[in-house]
Design a protein around this ligand. Sequence first.
Ligand SMILES: [Zn+2]
Length: 302
Amino acid sequence: MVGYVYDPIFTLHGSDEHIENRLRVERINEIASSFPLIRYPVVQASKEELHTIHASHYVDWVERAYEEGYRFILNEDTLLTPKSFEVASFAAGSTKPIIDAFAKGEIKRAFLNIRPPGHHAEYKTGQGFCIFNNIAFMARYAQQRGFEKVMIIDFDVHHGNGTQDIFYSDDSVCFFSTHERNNYPYFTGSEEEIGEGRGKGYNINRPYGDFCSDEELLRLYDDLPEWFDFDIVLVSAGYDLMADETISTAQISFDGLRRLITKILDFAGSKPVAFLLEGGYNLDSLARSAEITLQELCKDEK
Ligand SMILES: [Zn+2]
């Protein structure tokens, strides 16, 4: 069986005027209703838990920012609305029941339909629609539950600069990201960024040029680190790489996405694997992409 996380709490942040809005998770949840999924409850991360991935002054600031009159983080890309702190801490914390279920052997695969997304949130600040880094939070919690070596794969069309930042000098988490070179956040994501100190070699960026095709993208996944002896695979599933999205020039087809998901599942083998929603803003394309992901997760479960 495949685990699944969603709750209406995730609709209570942001604005319908913004492309990263509640309709995204609502549409995916409609699709999810036709799959045989085990639903797990949402959990709010405590501030102390959030300190495992973010500076305490940043977490404290997010908690009081709206009351103090702030309406965004850094710029209007990343809105702050009355419940943003609560919703973002639920998005991060709701990764815990899935890790617990993996640890107990209840499930081997999961899809987390959560927002706001997380992979642009760095140690000291959120940005790019992201408040807290959900996948980094999940990785740290996985380690507490005995999954010592964590493989993170990020196929969002944008570089996961936040995830890179948090684990840059860490050899217990290997980060592999494919993304469009000339796109947000612009100044990170080159192949030369390989990690530092103990983390050297554990940060793998594979940027691509404009109008990336299925074949080009899939070829980059031949570089997944077979040498990394991971205990779990976490995937930043950003569907903004699809051809129908206007936020990038990437030309990934639904067939290409299916092949990508298959390749990641083959790489994960018998280890637990969780897909966390990141980007994806064309609602029809997003719904179809989530459907393909769920179809592949539910197929031949190892
Ligand atoms: Zn993105």
